[in-house]
Design a protein around this ligand. Structure first.
Ligand code: BGC
Length: 720
């Protein structure tokens, strides 16, 4: 078919809006296209199919190339490499009437070719700059392989360890999660979407997908609007505020309405409140699934509900492709609603520079030059080491180079498990060494050694999508192996590869040291050895609570106090368990080092003091909270100093602690540093009883320390 050449219109921005949808500004090229597109061509731009290259869900279309050629499909996921995408792009550009380029999307989640630790591990680094850098590298590798769009960051807060996808997120905390979400967006998108090394970021899964009942993937989510706004929405919003221009709807329902038809979420919160200007894509067959939810009568009905609720693009349901025409012609979907969706999608194609050069991202030389470079691997190694959390150490770590150790356990020789789920285009062949090999490079190995490194955990496919577990214990044979080694009198260092908080109650009693290594990525073997032998002093801190057992779940540090807090050891009618303490095994923010840090008492500066009243922060003022942190051990170490607050009385009850700041500092032995945090009314704000956002006057506590349960405490007042 002949390509229609369109006149280039300059600098004309049109605004269109329907009552429920935010204004959508158009790129001039998009306006000119919109004027000549047929209804079918418009619908084609709202359709997203998978290629047969890589599959991330059930495949429903055999001949996606025919769909592209016919203008029925304007977007493709799971196709990559410069050569493959170039050929598909050629079909779209040369063989369709309007030559509109394809948008290529992929799950670049924790690296593309060079794989970094899984996202839960990244979060454990609390190193926002490193997280951003990992996204930048991922984008540069992926963009050179023909990709334009990544389905990341995953912003789903979760306190549900049974849920396999907890591994893909940043853990339980909205503050940490927000900083990470924004950093990832900045890393992917850079400051120029049209550059050949950046990707369009897609914020997912909107919203509250991380709270499925009973931890079963895709299961029902129900929570109050207040809880949603306070604990679940902030990371999505932070990502949107950081400039993310696409959002993916989530599989779950919320308040009885599937997210894919939830106009409150997409049109009201996302577009009207947050001013989001990009497009919303469905999750994989998410539109069709509303039939199973019992919310849509059939596929046509599902499409009607979705697009009217603000979902612009249909991933894999074929609902828009097969039914949008009849929906528009019958008036069930207005032309304006469809136009808005199409315009939003085309605007992003324009912003990516695809109309200027549809092949900009398909360059085999660049692909080769940018992939798995020594710099990328060096970064992956140091980042992986930074993500690891030393949960326990009775003094056995660090090991001495040259000493004789044994390396054993079901995952000791594995490379595959390092990559975790959503490994992008990471290949096991590109993982240089297993833990056994890496340790073997630094020290003599002997099966009979008295010190044993036991590499255990979960095989990688036990986490990720559709990988919920009803138990969060290690497989029984692993615990038995640990018991056997201890019976034989061995000193055991337990190295864990896993992607969820585990119940380690038994293992924590038995093992002499426990290193949580997550799934550490391409350079994971070396990174584990770096930490075990002290080349890297561990500094990771848990971004999620590790319970004593599943019965404590959900357990998170920002709990409410309740009307009967457990304070008296033998009390019966207080909020407690009969069989385990209320406290978790390892608290949020916990993580040991090979050195130790001492914290001074908290000094408050600023605000004003009234005799006998303590310090008061007023109105728009600021208050400084300072501690002196000293490295009291024998080696250099990095500490993440954490700030929490508590609002003692509120118009709605407040959590016993909320993270409001942190700083990573590196101190030489004996060195001290003053760490200073600034508090203002924003730090104290929350969704008040009338659902307005702001602070309330009253008493506050402030906590600073190296873990949520290891803190110094001070008090102040706030006066509006
Ligand atoms: C997942 C998304 C992913 C999409 C595309 C879905 O099954 O829920 O997170 O981005 O597939 O692969």
């Amino acid at each position: 078919m002949k390509k229609l050449v369109l006149p280039c219109v300059i600098a004309l921005i049109t605004i269109s809006c329907s009552p429920r949808q935010a204004k959508t500004a158009s790129h001039p090229k998009v306006d000119s296209l919109m004027r000549v597109m047929t209804l079918e061509e418009k619908i084609g731009q709202t359709v997203l199919f998978t290629s047969d290259w890589s599959v991330t869900g059930p495949s429903m279309r055999d001949n996606y190339l025919e769909d592209i050629r016919a203008g029925r499909c304007g977007n493709l996921l799971n196709a990559y490499t410069a050569d493959f995408t170039r050929e598909i792009q050629r079909i779209a550009v040369e063989e369709t009437r309007l030559g509109i380029p394809i948008l290529f999307g992929y799950d670049v989640i924790h690296g593309f070719r060079t794989i970094f630790p899984i996202n839960l591990g990244m979060s454990a680094s609390w190193d926002i700059e490193a997280i951003q850098e990992s996204a930048r590298i991922a984008a540069s590798e992926a963009a050179a392989a023909g990709l334009h769009w990544t389905y990341s960051p995953m912003c789903d807060i979760s306190v549900e360890p049974r849920w396999g996808r907890i591994s893909e997120g940043s853990g339980e905390d909205p503050y940490l999660g927000s900083l990470i979400a924004a950093a990832m967006v900045r890393g992917y998108q850079g400051d120029d979407l049209s550059a050949d090394h950046t990707l369009l970021s897609c914020v997912k899964h909107f919203a509250a997908y991380g709270a499925p009942q009973a931890g079963r993937d895709y299961n029902t989510v129900d929570m109050s609007e207040r809880w949603l706004r306070e604990f679940y929405l902030p990371p999505y919003k932070a990502a949107v505020d950081a400039g993310a221009l696409s959002v993916m709807a989530s599989f779950n329902e919320l308040d009885g309405i599937p997210a894919h038809a939830n106009a409150h979420l997409m049109n009201e919160i996302l577009r009207e409140e947050w001013g989001f200007q990009g497009f919303v894509v469905s999750d994989y067959t998410g539109i069709m699934e509303m039939i199973h939810h019992g919310y849509a009568e059939d596929l046509a009905d599902a499409g009607r509900l979705s697009i009217n609720a603000g979902v612009d693009m249909d991933m894999m349901s074929s609902s828009y492709m097969d039914h949008m025409k009849e929906l528009v012609e019958s008036g069930k979907v207005s032309m304006e609603t469809l136009d808005n969706a199409v315009r939003r999608i085309l605007n992003l194609k324009a912003a990516l520079g695809l109309f200027e050069d549809p092949y900009r991202y398909c360059n085999p030389e660049r692909e080769k030059a940018r992939t798995l470079t020594p710099e990328n691997k060096a970064f992956a190694r140091s980042f992986a080491a930074e993500s690891m959390v030393l949960l326990k150490n009775s003094g056995v770590l660090p090991l001495r180079k040259g000493e004789v150790v044994a390396v054993t356990g079901p995952l000791a020789q594995s490379k595959d498990d390092f990559l975790g789920s959503w490994r992008g285009a990471g290949q096991v062949e590109s993982v240089p060494v297993s833990i056994q090999e890496a340790v073997g490079e630094v020290t003599p190995l002997s099966a009979g050694a008295s010190k044993v490194i036991l590499v255990a955990g979960e095989p990688w496919h036990w986490t990720g999508e559709a990988a919920s577990r009803s138990s969060i214990r290690l497989p029984e044979e692993q615990t038995q192996l640990l018991k056997k080694l201890k019976k034989e009198g061995k000193t055991v260092v337990l190295v864990l590869l896993n992607g969820r908080p585990l119940d380690l109650s038994e293992e924590s009693e038995l093992a002499d040291a426990i290193l949580e290594a997550w799934y550490p990525g391409t350079m994971g073997g070396y990174a584990v050895a770096d930490v075990l032998f002290g080349d890297v002093n561990p500094s990771g801190k848990l971004p999620v609570t590790f319970p004593r057992n599943l019965g404590q779940v959900p357990i998170y540090y920002y709990a409410k106090n309740t009307g009967r807090p457990y304070v008296h050891p033998d009390a019966k009618y207080e909020s407690r368990y009969l069989d385990v303490p209320n406290e978790p095994l390892y608290a949020f923010g916990h993580g040991l080092s090979y050195t130790t840090f001492d914290y001074s008492e908290i000094m408050l500066e600023g605000g004003h003091s009234q005799s006998g009243q303590g310090v008061t922060l007023s109105g728009d003022g600021t208050l400084k909270a300072c501690v002196t942190v000293t490295n009291t051990g024998a080696c250099e170490g990095t500490e993440t100093v954490q700030l929490y607050i508590r609002d003692l009385v509120g118009s709605v009850t407040r959590p016993v602690k909320q993270l409001k700041g942190f700083e990573r500092i590196t101190l030489a032995p004996g060195e001290s540093r003053i760490v200073e945090f600034t508090l203002d009314k924003e730090t104290l704000s929350f969704w008040r009883q009338d659902m307005s956002w702001g602070p309330e006057s009253g008493d506050f506590q402030i906590f600073i320390g190296g873990a949520s349960n290891q803190v110094k405490k001070a008090s102040f007042k706030y006066a509006l």
